[in-house]
Ligand binder design. Structure first.
Ligand SMILES: *[C@@H]1O[C@H](CO)[C@@H](O)[C@H](O)[C@H]1NC(C)=O
Ligand SMILES: *[C@@H]1O[C@H](CO)[C@@H](O)[C@H](O)[C@H]1NC(C)=O
Length: 262
């Protein structure tokens, strides 16, 4: 009888042990699987974060700059077209950009040069933005000052667009025009992405209003230009000291007025 009870107890203990260990093992396996899974999730998240932080993910969503954003004009030689336009003919390929915004401030007489034929005449055409009153004032007092040099005729004009809904700003521009008469303002939104329109206005304005000017210098209102060096260079470009000793690249191009077209 005792043996029977012992056997029975043994069996029960065995069963408990079996259940206990099997449960534990399964638990461990489960735990292990959970651990591997969370590790994996963590790794994937870390990878995504790394791709994002390093900017690499942009590579996967990038579109082709050439295909989607750049629309080059026709691949043609421009000189013959310039000649046709200059001779009042209809060009064989029409221009793809034509400036056709009305002027608010034109200053037709700004560019009428009074110097003799041998004086250097140069117009600084400065792209500005309505709210940059201070920058324009600094330029008027420094490199854009029109009366600083006697051997050259220098004019400075500022190009602006409009900012609808801000009559206060426009009022200040109006006052600036009354005081300085050097603002060329066109009727197009004055925004960064309308820079092309502003540049076209500059070309259009100089072409139509400055027939006698020898040189134009296109600049932005955050440039500093050494007018002394510019005049020095224009007086004798070949022997300009720096050109003699080492080749330099001018960041601002000096373009003879004859190549401008409509
Ligand atoms: C433009 O045309 C020239 C000559 O016709 C050619 O050599 C050049 O590869 C062309 N460029 C493009 C971008 O099509
Ligand atoms: C540029 O100006 C034009 C004319 O005012 C306007 O219709 C257009 O929305 C402007 N573009 C940008 C990008 O501001």
């Amino acid at each position: 009888m005792e043996d029977g009870v012992k056997d029975y107890k043994k069996k029960i203990r065995k069963l408990i042990m079996y259940l206990y260990y099997s449960c534990r093992l399964r638990g461990v396996a489960l735990l292990h699987r959970k651990w591997v899974f969370s590790q994996l999730v963590f790794l994937i998240l870390a990878l995504i974060l790394l791709l994002y932080a390093s900017g690499t993910y942009q590579y996967f969503i990038a579109t082709s700059f050439e295909k989607h954003y750049i629309h080059w004009g026709p691949n043609v030689t421009l000189e013959p077209l310039f000649e046709q336009i200059k001779n009042n003919q209809v060009p064989s390929i029409m221009p793809i950009n034509v400036y056709n915004h009305p002027y608010i401030y034109l200053h037709k007489d700004k560019c009428v040069m009074t110097g003799s034929a041998t004086t250097i005449s140069i117009v600084y055409v400065v792209k500005s933005s309505i709210e940059n009153f201070q920058r324009r004032n600094v330029i008027r007092k420094t490199w854009g000052q029109e009366t600083r040099f006697h051997h050259a005729v220098l004019q400075t004009v500022f190009l602006l667009g409009i900012r609808p809904g801000t009559p206060h700003l426009q009022g200040l521009v109006d006052a600036e025009v009354t005081e300085h008469a050097d603002i060329v303002q066109g009727e197009f939104l004055d925004t960064y992405f309308n820079n092309t329109i502003k540049t076209m206005m500059g070309l259009h304005w100089t072409y139509h209003n400055c027939p006698d000017v020898k040189y134009f210098l296109f600049a932005d209102d955050d440039y500093f230009i050494s007018t002394k060096n510019v005049l020095h260079f224009l007086q004798d470009p070949i022997n300009y000291p720096q050109l003699k000793s080492f080749p330099i690249r001018l960041t601002v191009e000096l373009v003879p007025s004859s190549i401008f077209v409509n």
